[in-house]
Write a protein that binds this ligand. Structure first.
Ligand SMILES: [Zn+2]
Ligand SMILES: [Zn+2]
Length: 541
């Protein structure tokens, strides 16, 4: 059993524990352990056999026992039992219809049904109204939702990383390509889709239905099916005739407004052939939000990126050391990496005092000896205090190679104060880049009230770059804000804000977000060599 399989089982277990509304801390602990295991460089099965698995962060005696059981027997008995009792397909279908897991289970128990199909039958037979708590109105809503062609109301989307993983697994299993919102790299993915080519669609659709990720089917036609995951997320599969695959892929990629403006589409086997027949230049999926038939610019690529300018280490809340992060960045083909741990005001985690920063400098110098010519830059993610001052004195910032300024606490300020606060920080001569400029958490926390147009003006005047933060929950600036920033003439930086070695891979998300804002390599500061980074803003002394 490899690490990914073990992590999958632990994640499913965490999800099941949440479904039965067990202690939320337990579920979270399993989810965290799954994440650690997924990112681990060593085979976990080996560690378990050697009784060493508790050396992993977040693995206590409880999780160790489950891991041992999983490695020895191939399953976790309690999980199998939960899966039998909870009928994930019912929970998945229930969620898709807008019911909570608890409500779906109640409904299933009252009706004496076990599967999604039995629920449909019971509903069709008019038995829903016998269930305590389901009135005529709810019954009508459920029947309508079950019958509706295009499914129920849209639900909050999945974060891009989770959606990419899910759609990637499904696409690989049916020999298809990721399409839908994932292929356009939307920050929150609502429409998950896979397109595949098949002369005979039957076996492909059967394979799709049998995937462990698909717990229930809500629609099946000859060449198309919609399945739902246990979280109630619908995934569409299109199995096109091979000589029409390109056309199907364009349609399944969307966006709907973009495709409508291109219609009628000719039938072609691949996407370039569709565009050629239309006499429209091929368009990168990231730009397919609005109708567009022109020549797209050469967008920035991950390969253009020469270094990452925002990451954390064990000095603050990161999980890897300075040297480990540097080595991992060098392995990714970069020339430089800026270590930007937190400053003290961040509060929730340990921040670095001026003294810590000087001690960290010694460690960075030593790592640079080992990794040369690769270069680790001395940086900081310095909090912007509520009054706009920075959390560390200028003489300390002056020693550093790269200063990120960040709003963390006190985000609910009214717009005039928040804008003044950020503006003040950008005027500091040592600040090179404003981190996660709007402070949003996708689907969880709105953008700060900040006048971005004003921030763009000041950033341009002061020649401070704006970050496109690659954390899946942030992706901040967003694609549309990147576009506005570039129109205002501001430069951007694509960074990962990595807190672990694996976090460095989020560069793909940062770059895709910049691409959604029409960024070329020339717009992105960290496509330039080390000297350009060090000289940025003239490094006042
Ligand atoms: Zn931050
Ligand atoms: Zn950070």
């Amino acid at each position: 059993m490899d690490n990914a399989e073990i992590a999958d089982r632990l994640e499913t277990f965490a999800m099941m524990l949440e479904l039965v509304e067990a202690n939320p801390y337990t579920a979270r602990a399993y989810r965290r352990a799954a994440e650690t295991i997924r990112g681990a460089a060593v085979p976990i099965a080996e560690l378990v056999r050697q009784n060493r698995v508790r050396e992993l962060r977040g693995v206590g005696p409880g999780i160790e026992a489950r891991l041992l059981e999983l490695i020895q027997t191939g399953q976790i008995a309690e999980l199998s039992e939960l899966e039998r009792e909870l009928s994930p397909d019912l929970v998945g279908l229930g969620r898709y219809l807008g019911l909570t897991a608890r409500r779906s289970i109640q409904l299933a128990r009252s009706l004496g049904v076990r599967t999604a199909d039995e629920l449909r039958e019971a509903a069709a037979a008019g038995r829903l109204r016998d269930v305590p708590g389901i009135g005529a109105k709810t019954e009508a809503q459920l029947l309508e939702a079950l019958a509706r062609e295009d499914g129920p109301q849209p639900r909050p989307g999945l974060l891009l990383n989770r959606a990419r993983e899910l759609v990637g697994v499904v696409a690989a299993a049916v020999g298809g390509e990721p399409a839908g919102d994932v292929r356009r790299w939307r920050d929150s993915c609502e429409w998950l889709a896979v397109a595949t080519a098949a002369r005979d669609p039957e076996p492909v659709l059967d394979r799709f239905v049998r995937l462990p990720q698909i717990v229930a089917l809500v629609e099946r036609e000859e060449r198309r099916a919609i399945g739902v995951t246990v979280e109630g997320v619908p995934i569409e599969l299109v199995a096109a005739e091979p000589d029409r695959f390109g056309t199907a892929l364009v349609r399944a990629t969307g966006s709907r407004t973009y495709v409508e403006a291109l219609e009628p589409l000719p039938d072609r086997p691949d996407e370039p052939a569709v565009y050629a027949a239309l006499d429209v230049p091929w368009c990168p999926p990231e730009l397919r939000e609005e109708p567009f038939r022109g020549q797209p610019p050469a967008l920035v690529e991950v390969d253009d990126i020469r270094g990452d300018l925002h990451c954390h280490t064990t000095w603050s809340d990161g999980r890897a050391s300075v040297e480990e992060m540097g080595r991992a960045a060098r392995e990714r083909g970069y020339d430089y990496l800026a270590i930007c741990d937190h400053s003290p005001a961040v509060g929730a985690v340990r921040g670095l005092t001026p003294d810590d920063l000087r001690r960290q400098a010694v460690e960075i110098a030593a790592a640079n000896e080992v990794l040369a010519p690769f270069r680790i830059l001395r940086g900081i993610e310095c909090d912007i205090l509520p009054d706009g001052r920075l959390d560390l004195p200028d003489d300390v910032l002056a020693e550093l190679d790269w200063v990120q300024a960040s709003v963390h606490g006190g985000q609910r300020m009214p717009a005039p104060e928040m804008t003044r606060r950020v503006e003040e920080a950008l005027r500091n001569p040592y600040v090179r880049c404003l981190s996660h400029p709007t402070g949003r958490y996708i689907n969880r926390r709105p953008e700060n009230a900040v006048d971005l147009e004003r921030i763009f003006e000041v950033a341009l005047e002061e020649r401070v770059a704006l970050e496109v933060n690659g954390l899946p929950l942030r992706l901040d600036l967003s694609g549309s804000h990147v576009r506005d920033a570039l129109r205002a003439g501001v430069e951007i930086v694509c960074s990962t804000d990595a807190h672990s070695v694996i976090g460095l891979d989020n560069m793909a998300l940062a770059v895709a977000t910049a691409r959604r804002g029409w960024a070329t390599a020339a717009n992105v500061l960290n496509t330039r060599p080390l000297e350009a980074i060090l000289a940025y803003r003239g490094r006042p002394r």
